[in-house]
Design a protein around this ligand. Structure first.
Ligand SMILES: *Cc1c(COP(=O)(O)O)cnc(C)c1O
Length: 456
């Protein structure tokens, strides 16, 4: 079967793990727009950001010129527990689809948190510890980020307060227990523990919450408690920077076997795994050294790239966070509670937004029933139960492989398999029972939340 001698799993040696993160912004001609102070409308300075974020992370957030930033030894040591992660040739899926396409996936689910989020969580916890902080606050949607951060904080003995979107808190009690096992405190959001939470509850009684809302609460707690800072698991430049380990390892593994991908596919929530996976490839594209099709896949129920607007917007519902220029559905947009598959943030990384705006990557949206159909097809032959988020990428990888079957083209497809779906079995159950529906926002709904964009 392996006529070209590519093994099922390409494992790198420990010393092939990246020693530096790659900062894609350094190679971008059109840099992502800066974060703005919502009060003054001016770009935020390091001084203004440091009450919210750890100092070193502020530096990384603002650095758009240094291409490589060394990964501290303490972080590399932690990475060694679960990295390098395998790049898998999906021989069984190819056979099942009877496609001439060659399909590879980079699997990031090989750690207890079950996703790529640990790559940034451990970095953020490390810098908080180094600064002598007591703890960090954060939000979590589906729960993967909160889980990853809880693990990272317990490793460095930091306190961890997690605001968890209420609908997930209720649907995923086991996620919550993993976080508590790692010593984190978990509060369903919106809650009565913050001013912004009380305000949102008064305006929208019975709301199931949103990521934007949980972010507002976590930021409020971080800025009101001395020795605490806020950390975010996606969207920010610093998170994309840390996630570049995914792409750097993928590139090393492909180069080892002289494999040249035609397309790179990833799911996009806030854009961190995709930004990390594509980083070195997009770098080559920006420098004119190679070309790839790069495809972001988002849910039709939260379609920021494909139906949003490229504009400055708040990152949170409470409108207390900095403004970011991004593809957004408006910070008051809340996806239907029937949407099961994560990726529910209303905006998108400003780095990816700029690249998309400049025509350097594509985006497609897919409906959740077709996503779960792809998830099951994959699970049945590849031996991994994929996360619903990751399955957005699987869906489009399969679609592209089926196009190759029609045309006979032997394209090479690489996609990001960001995590496992063991905590998403309520969603799988719904799908298996035929109770899953596709809730797509109407143009009116999107227009309504876009009408509330800040006037900049
Ligand atoms: C959080 C998460 C995502 C989406 O977040 P990005 O920042 O867009 O990468 C995708 N897959 C899994 C498994 C996740 O936990």
């Amino acid at each position: 079967m392996s006529e070209n001698k590519v093994p099922y799993k390409i494992y790198l040696e420990e010393d092939e793990m990246p020693k530096a993160w790659y900062n894609l912004r350094a190679d971008m001609k059109n840099k992502p727009a800066p974060l703005l102070n919502p009060g003054t409308g001016k770009p935020l300075s390091a001084e203004e950001l440091s009450p919210i974020f750890c100092e070193e992370l502020v530096q990384q957030e603002l650095d758009e010129t240094t291409p490589y930033i060394d990964i501290p030894d303490e972080i590399r040591e932690f990475y060694r527990m679960y990295r390098p992660s395998p790049l898998v040739r999906a021989y069984c899926l190819e056979k099942k689809l009877d496609t001439p396409a060659k399909i590879y996936y980079k699997f990031e689910g090989n750690n207890t948190s079950g996703s790529h989020k640990l790559n940034s969580a451990i970095a953020q916890a490390y810098y908080a510890k180094k600064q002598g902080l007591k703890g960090v606050t954060t939000e979590t949607g589906a729960g993967q980020w909160g889980t990853a951060l809880s693990m990272a904080c317990s490793y460095f003995d930091l306190d961890c307060k997690v605001y968890m979107v209420k609908v997930s808190y209720e649907q995923k009690p086991f996620r919550r227990e993993v976080m508590r096992t790692y010593g984190a405190s978990v509060v369903p959001s919106p809650s009565e523990t913050t001013d912004v939470g009380k305000k949102i509850l008064a305006e929208h009684p019975g709301t199931t919450g949103s990521l934007g809302c949980a972010i507002s609460e976590a930021v409020e707690v971080a800025t009101k408690n001395p020795g605490y800072r806020y950390v975010l698991g996606s969207v920010l430049n610093q998170v994309l920077l840390h996630q570049s380990v995914i792409g750097l390892e993928t590139k090393t593994a492909l180069d080892k076997y002289d494999i040249h991908p035609d397309m790179i596919i990833g799911c996009a929530g806030g854009g961190s795994n995709l930004g990390g996976l594509i980083a070195p490839f997009m770098g080559e594209k920006l420098r004119g050294e190679a070309d790839y099709r790069i495809i972001a896949v988002e849910p039709a129920s939260c379609p920021s790239f494909t139906r949003g607007k490229f504009a400055y917007d708040f990152c949170d519902t409470g409108m207390i966070c900095p403004l970011a220029k991004m593809y957004t559905l408006g910070s008051s947009f809340i996806p239907s509670p029937n949407h099961a598959g994560g990726l529910r943030f209303h905006g998108m990384s400003s780095t990816l937004s700029q690249l998309y705006h400049d025509g350097l990557m594509e985006a497609v949206s897919v409906e959740q029933t077709e996503v779960f159909e792809a998830a099951e097809q994959f699970a049945r032959v590849e031996g991994i139960l994929p996360a619903p988020e990751s399955s957005h990428a699987i869906r489009v990888a399969i679609n592209e492989a089926m196009k190759c079957k029609e045309t006979g083209e032997e394209k090479t497809i690489v996609f990001g398999l960001t995590g496992t779906g063991y905590f998403d079995l309520v969603a799988y159950e719904k799908y298996n029972n035929g109770e899953m529906s596709d809730e797509i926002p109407t143009d009116e709904q999107i227009a309504e939340s876009l009408a509330k964009l800040p006037q900049i």
